[in-house]
Design a protein around this ligand. Structure first.
Ligand SMILES: [Zn+2]
Length: 554
């Protein structure tokens, strides 16, 4: 017996089978039943949610041999007659033409289409249906040819355009949009997909762990067809019941246990575990983009849980992880972690060194600053050198003297101790050549520019680099500041900030933002300036900043 792909075997055959697309099903079924079918439809939505299936069902319903028979619901195809079966199978058919615009996009095809559309359907009771998949790939010329047909549509000819990117059609062929009836398909939720997978394994007589199906539903990311293909893959991967472990193996997923481990290390603030952990990921052949993606999913669930929601569509294993680590984080922490994660995702997408991006991300997590209200800081320092009652200082702080008066939060940098221990002038100088050498492998130009810089000073987490031939080398170094900082942060397992200072100091001020006319106009230095302004106006805050190495948040 040959194996039929599940995605094909369980493809919907009636409007009523379209999962989560009831609005589309009702609209099309009603049009067929009332004989008010439009000349052109545009079906939009993510991949694998039933657009092409709906188009075929429409073609079946319009050409069904048992249309109107008492056992066939109004507007639905019978799905059993010869015509229905041929259309459903996508086999050669006079009246239903499927065109993949991704591979047929020239003017010639459109002309050809136009000529073919002039032929009527093969019988008086039949409709000619053109199904054009990936319609956003059609050229402007092709659309122009189609527009001419749509302006004077031949009788009983129906065009169904399916696309994942309707915006592109709006850009290339706006006039077409006014001549089509549009249906937007919904992405399927993981629960709906898991429910459907449960039905399918039951119908197939296959044993499967529920967590396995939930995992597949999660990976399918809203597409039913993908979910069924993934189930096929998992079934082909081994014998016996489908377990969550087998799904992970088959799909190359990263085990929830690894996320649990890394989250617990972060919760316990153990930055030293980061490098060995990432090394194990590498040995296990993990894909970093996949890891960061999965980590984002875990954090999202954590955020939902902390905001009092009930995470849906997750495995029991993951639910337990989330429950276990939740008490260690505040909602603010999780939001900041998600924000950092997005930065890392961007870096991984752009940058070859995904490993470093992941290491840096996890280090930043493990060294995560706690978010506190500025008022709390001032209250805690009420007995400090400011010699004002805490409450008064706290009340006054927001309204006094800031360049813009809104920010009222600060961050306690408790990573300072770690940074201080590891980051010293000697330590940086000792490792400087090695750092440049390791950069040279990936970024020879950048390493060469760094050869014109000398480590001159370390202040807190700032590493001051004196740059020679400033005009030549500084622009390049500035441009790559983040990469240099990332490499150094990784090397010292602490956040490092680089300050460039032109050689021959006095005449050209430091490129840091505080002291002179040349300023780093990025957000970081803006925040630093705001903090300085705060500090200048409020002695209590000045003391706090001094004692705790404060950094201002928005
Ligand atoms: Zn039929």
């Amino acid at each position: 017996m040959t194996h039929t792909a599940l995605a094909r075997k369980y493809r919907p055959t009636r409007f009523g089978d379209l999962i989560a697309q009831e609005h589309v099903a009702a609209g099309l079924r009603g049009a067929v039943a009332k004989q008010r079918v439009a000349h052109a439809y545009l079906l939009t939505g993510p991949r694998g949610v039933g657009k092409t299936s709906a188009a075929r069902i429409l073609a079946m319903a319009l050409n069904c041999e048992r249309r109107g028979a008492p056992e066939v619901p109004d507007g639905e195809p019978c799905a059993a007659c010869d015509s229905c079966r041929r259309i459903w199978a996508g086999s050669a058919n006079l009246d239903v033409v499927e065109i993949d615009a991704a591979s047929n996009r020239g003017v010639d095809d459109a002309r050809d289409l136009r000529e073919r559309a002039m032929y009527a359907a093969s019988g008086p009771e039949r409709h000619k249906v053109y199904i054009i998949d990936e319609a956003h790939m059609l050229t402007r010329e092709a659309w122009n040819a189609l527009l001419k047909i749509l302006e004077e549509p031949p009788p009983r000819v129906v065009f169904v355009f399916a696309t994942t990117e309707p915006q592109k059609i709006a850009n290339t062929a706006a006039p077409v949009l006014s001549r089509v009836q549009r249906f937007d398909f919904r992405r399927l939720g993981p629960q709906l997909i898991a429910d459907r997978l449960r039905q399918v394994v039951a119908a197939e007589g296959v044993a499967a762990e529920d967590d396995a199906l939930v995992l597949i539903a999660r990976v399918a990311a809203g597409g039913m067809r993908d979910a069924l293909s993934l189930l096929d893959q998992a079934l082909a991967f081994g014998e016996g019941a489908v377990t969550a472990a087998r799904v992970r193996d088959a799909l190359g997923l990263i085990a929830d246990e690894l996320y649990a481990e890394v989250l617990e290390a972060i919760a316990q603030r153990r930055p030293e575990t980061v490098f060995p952990f990432v090394a194990r990921l590498v040995e296990g052949g993990a894909d970093f983009a996949e890891f960061v993606n999965g980590l984002g999913e875990v954090l999202r669930l954590l955020a939902i849980r902390m905001l009092g929601g009930e995470p849906q569509g997750i495995t029991d294993a993951l639910r337990q992880v989330v429950e276990r680590v939740a008490p260690a984080f505040s909602a603010g922490d999780v939001l900041r972690m998600l924000h950092l994660l997005q930065e890392a995702e961007t870096a991984i997408r752009r940058n070859a060194n995904a490993r470093l991006a992941v290491e840096t991300l996890l280090l930043r997590y493990a060294l995560l600053d706690r978010t506190v209200e500025l008022g709390q800081v001032l209250a805690a320092l009420g007995t400090g050198p400011g010699a004002e009652p805490a409450g008064a200082a706290a009340e006054r702080a927001p309204s006094r003297g800031a360049p813009d008066a809104t920010p009222a939060r600060a961050v306690l940098r408790d990573s300072g101790a770690v940074a201080g221990a590891a980051l010293s002038l000697d330590a940086v100088r000792q490792r400087w050549d090695g750092l440049c050498a390791s950069l040279a492998e990936r970024r020879p130009m950048l390493a060469a520019a760094l050869g014109h810089a000398q480590v001159s000073e370390v202040r807190g987490r700032d590493v001051v680099l004196v740059v020679h031939d400033t005009d030549v080398h500084l622009p390049g170094l500035e441009k790559n500041r983040q990469e240099i900082e990332t490499a150094m942060s990784a090397a010292f397992a602490a956040p490092v900030r680089v300050v460039f200072r032109p050689a021959g100091g006095d005449r050209s001020p430091e490129r840091e933002g505080g002291g002179g006319s040349v300023r780093r106009l990025d957000q970081q230095s803006e925040r630093d300036q705001r903090l300085r302004a705060y500090r200048a106006k409020d002695q209590a805050l000045d003391a706090a900043a001094e004692a705790l190495d404060l950094e201002l948040l928005d």
